[in-house]
Design a protein around this ligand. Structure first.
Ligand code: MG
Length: 384
């Protein structure tokens, strides 16, 4: 299982282990076990009804957090295999990376962060870690999923310094400015590759952006011209797909080749050398970085800030804002188990603990659950 891994790959042999000690799995690697636990957890199933850019009920063909996570896992595994890195670990990280996402995508996260400003803030990467470390209640022997250090390290992509200080060895790298495993680094970029390309696809399908606009964007225009030249009579839907697969392919190839050169050049010895490095070792070429940035900027200005996306974001803000205030002022509005948890955390940590319990409850909601909960709490004619 581990014989083909590069010397700098993560492996069961060099793993820093789990928070609660457990016997090794019999027929799986440690990271396969992590992946399996993630797939079976409730937060993973909720990803199906959480937004990426489009709200879940807007259409059945758009990406959700679940399909996004699966696409990230696919891209990450391809890259990991080509670089002889640990595919199982990349898959576990990819499938878990968005578990802490709020309903309504970034609008939801911004709203919750705003509400939590005086109580330690809300960071979605940190929330993903809270989900796997604490919030999932499934096992008799430990809270959370008790994942390996390496999976947890990969899930915690970003973290503010004050929060990092409370995380022990997992937070160290944000304070010391060092790196996580190569598997974590590549999954982070696989996430970008996946969302940039599927947002082009979903954006075009929704009609919020047009091919004509994208022709000024190099990452799109180069493959688009190739496809049009090679298949001038292809219908638009298939043309777009042929372009999108090339956008993904170009970036994956660039990432593999650039990273492979860096690893050779640096003579990277092992995972410790990776972790002590002051700079990431998994990278796009400079040229690809620029093209990538150009596409990102385009998507930000034309898709994420499109008035129709903004309308939904504004609604999301209202829903989260008002639910948070209502729950904080009267925790008896919460379902009993959440209210009980809120009382426990309030006893332990004061008002910040109470706010955290409310934030955990809201962050766990799917888009449609949040909308229904809003109606149940505020609309006099709705059933409660
Ligand atoms: Mg993501």
């Amino acid at each position: 299982m581990t014989s083909t891994l590069a010397r700098y790959a993560a492996s069961d042999a060099t793993s820093r282990g789990r928070r609660y000690q457990e016997a090794s799995p019999r027929h799986r690697s440690e990271y396969q076990r992590d992946r399996d636990r993630i797939i079976h957890c409730a937060a993973f199933r909720r990803l199906e009804y959480k937004t990426q850019v489009f709200v879940n009920h807007e259409g059945d063909l758009y990406r959700t957090r679940l399909t996004h996570s699966i696409e990230v896992a696919q891209v990450a595994r391809s890259i990991a295999r080509a670089l002889s890195l640990n595919e199982d670990l990349t898959e576990a990280i990819a499938l878990a990376h968005d578990l802490g996402h709020t309903p309504f995508g970034h609008a939801g996260q911004d709203a919750l962060n705003e509400k939590m400003r005086d109580y330690g803030g809300f960071e979605h990467n940190l929330q993903s870690l809270r989900v796997v470390d604490e919030l999932e209640e499934r096992y008799a022997e430990f809270p959370g999923l008790n994942l390996t250090f390496e999976s947890r390290e990969g899930i915690l992509k970003h973290c503010s310094i004050p929060n990092a200080k409370n995380l022990g060895e997992l937070g160290q790298r944000f304070i010391e400015n060092t790196q996580p495993s190569l598997e974590a680094q590549l999954t982070n970029l696989a996430d970008e590759i996946a969302y940039n390309s599927h947002d082009v696809d979903d954006g075009l399908r929704s009609g919020l952006i047009e091919i004509e606009q994208l022709q000024h964007i190099e990452l799109f225009s180069a493959p688009y011209n190739t496809v049009i030249e090679q298949y001038p009579h292809l219908n638009e839907r298939r043309t777009i797909y042929e372009v999108v697969r090339r956008i993904i392919g170009q970036q994956v190839n660039d990432l593999i080749e650039t990273t492979s050169d860096i690893l050779q050049e640096q003579q990277t010895a092992d995972i410790d050398a990776v972790r002590h490095s002051t700079k990431p070792l998994v990278m796009f070429s400079k040229r690809m970085c620029e093209m990538n940035l150009e596409l990102k900027r385009f998507l930000r200005n034309n898709l994420y800030r499109h008035y129709r996306v903004h309308r939904m974001s504004a609604k999301a803000f209202t829903i989260i804002n008002e639910l948070f205030d209502a729950f904080i002022h009267d925790i008896r509005l919460l379902p009993p188990d959440t209210a009980a948890r809120s009382r426990i955390l309030e006893n332990e940590q004061g008002i910040s603990g109470k706010a955290r319990a409310v934030a955990d409850y809201i962050a766990g909601m799917t888009d449609r659950y949040a909308i229904r909960e809003y109606q149940r709490v505020f609309h006099p004619l709705e059933p409660t």
